[in-house]
Design a binder for this molecule. Structure first.
Ligand SMILES: Cc1ncc(COP(=O)(O)O)c(C=O)c1O
Length: 469
């Protein structure tokens, strides 16, 4: 092999490229990465991933280790989410390992849509004749993956407005329910607010309307089972028909692994795509991908075995302690508040708008200032809902076990950053959702299809959202 650069040169280049990335470990980046703080877990994940790297998880009959690892992970998650409770109703909980939260959410929607179509052929035809689509009902704070799913699977996304504190009322869901709803989604918790939606109440009304009810626990699925004083939100709740939970978040596995569980094999089967109508190999795809890596699955398998129930309980206890300190200390900072009532390790900070502007701390200025002190928290843009109720712009923190190690430093940095920006006016408060909508780049249901932004416009949108710079 003479062409190209040497391996050493290429790896040196990659090492240099990696130097410009934000640190994935150590607790200084409070979004995107989920650091257990345990080097042993990372080593185990790396070794398990390497052992399985050449496999193609497309075909577990050729590579049966894939089937075994998947079965073990599903069994672990089924237990954690109370899918093994006797007399659950609806049949045994079954599911698949997917490539991540978005794929789990997409598949939950596709499955529910296919079941809805099969069960409502006349209504489906009537809606189609009227140029309408069945609806997907979520809270306004549900992850954007559901908007993507609605677009991909020809559903009409119909968000339930949230309160200004980011919470959502079950009555809001109830008002939206009807025969044309293919799926209702609740979050445990919602990423932007950290609030757990009223799962039990919504699932109960969904059941009365015979509508499928998905719990998006992509964020909380491997932390809420061990979090203290959380109302039942999993398969213990009778109307819940499916749950997504990400192993590459609080499962502490490397990126590329999540699960989607269904109540009953019938629902699980509706998730599959299978065909022999081509001259190639018979295709049986439980998930969206065809050929797929086994490494994320193997890493997650190894970590769930290493940690077990007790290990996750211990890591969650660390997150609980850190969350309590952050919520308490941030609430005491003059001009700043914690947004709403988070349950779990997602906390958003918001301006205390009851104070005069000179006393207020803007969360985006706070995040910018905090970055200069070595901590990155995430800008979340404000959002005015179609009913006129504005969800404020905030700054998000994902609290992981490693957070506890930097906690005193983080609290001091939050206080110092707030002190530095207190009274500093927001850059341009009008440039958020309203502006995007006027430009045609934000959802307005009656508008029909969205415009696809050019690279220049995408950059402007990022800046408007507070991510530019
Ligand atoms: C509640 C929730 N659902 C879905 C997702 C999407 O997950 P992913 O980024 O793994 O596709 C996220 C990601 O943060 C999330 O917090």
């Amino acid at each position: 092999m003479s062409a190209g650069q040497t391996s050493a040169e290429i790896l040196a280049e990659l090492t240099a490229l990696r130097n410009s990335d934000a640190p994935t470990h150590g607790g200084r980046v409070l979004s995107y990465v989920y650091d257990s703080g345990l080097a042993e877990l990372d080593d185990l994940a790396r070794d398990a991933a390497e052992l399985t790297r050449p496999l193609n998880a497309l075909d577990p009959t050729t590579f049966p280790s894939v089937a075994t690892m998947e079965r073990d992970i599903i069994a672990f998650m089924r237990k954690a989410l109370h899918g093994t409770t006797p007399k659950l109703g609806g049949g045994p909980v079954a599911g698949s390992v997917t490539s991540g939260g978005t794929e789990s959410c997409l598949l939950a929607v596709k499955t529910a849509r296919d079941l809805w179509r099969a069960e409502n052929p006349e209504l489906a035809a009537k809606l189609a004749r009227a140029g309408k689509q069945p609806r997907l009902v979520t809270a306004a704070t549900a992850h954007a993956a559901f908007q993507k799913a609605a677009r991909l699977f020809d559903l009409d996304w119909d968000p339930v407005p949230c309160e200004p504190d980011g919470s959502v009322r079950a009555a809001g869901f109830e008002r939206k329910l009807g025969a044309d709803v293919a799926l209702v989604v609740v979050s445990a918790p919602a990423y932007p607010s950290g609030a757990v939606d009223p799962v039990a109440q919504v699932a109960q009304v969904a059941k009365e309307f015979a509508v499928s009810c998905h719990v998006d626990a992509c964020f909380g699925g491997l932390v809420l089972p061990w979090w203290p004083s959380v109302e039942p939100w999993d398969f213990r709740v009778p109307g819940v028909t499916s749950i997504s939970a990400d192993l590459h978040k609080f499962g502490y596995a490397p990126k590329g692994v999540s699960v989607l569980l269904h109540r009953g094999r019938r629902r699980h089967r509706a998730q599959f795509f299978a065909t022999t109508s081509w001259p190639g190999y018979p295709v049986v795809n439980p998930t969206l991908l065809g050929s797929k890596p086994a490494s994320p699955l193997a890493a997650a398998w190894a970590i769930t075995k290493r940690l077990g129930n007790a290990g996750y309980a211990e890591l969650t206890a660390s997150c609980v302690r850190s969350a309590e300190v952050i919520v308490r200390e941030a609430s005491q900072i003059r001009g700043l508040n914690v947004w709403g009532a988070p349950t779990g390790p997602s906390v958003a900070l918001v301006t205390d708008s009851d104070l005069p502007e000179t006393e207020q701390v803007d969360p985006h200025h706070l995040a910018d200032e905090l970055a200069t002190l070595g901590f990155r928290i995430q800008h979340q843009p404000g959002f005015t809902q179609p009913n006129g109720v504005r969800l404020p712009h905030t700054a998000h923190l994902t609290i992981t076990p490693v957070t506890e190690r930097t906690l005193p430093e983080l609290v001091t940095a939050l206080q110092a950053a707030a002190g530095a920006v207190r009274g500093k006016a927001r850059a341009n408060p009008r440039l958020e959702y309203g502006a995007l909508q006027a430009l045609g780049y934000a959802p307005k249901r009656e508008d029909g299809p969205f415009r696809v932004p050019s690279p220049d416009m995408a950059w402007r949108i990022l800046k408007i959202a507070g991510a530019g710079g």
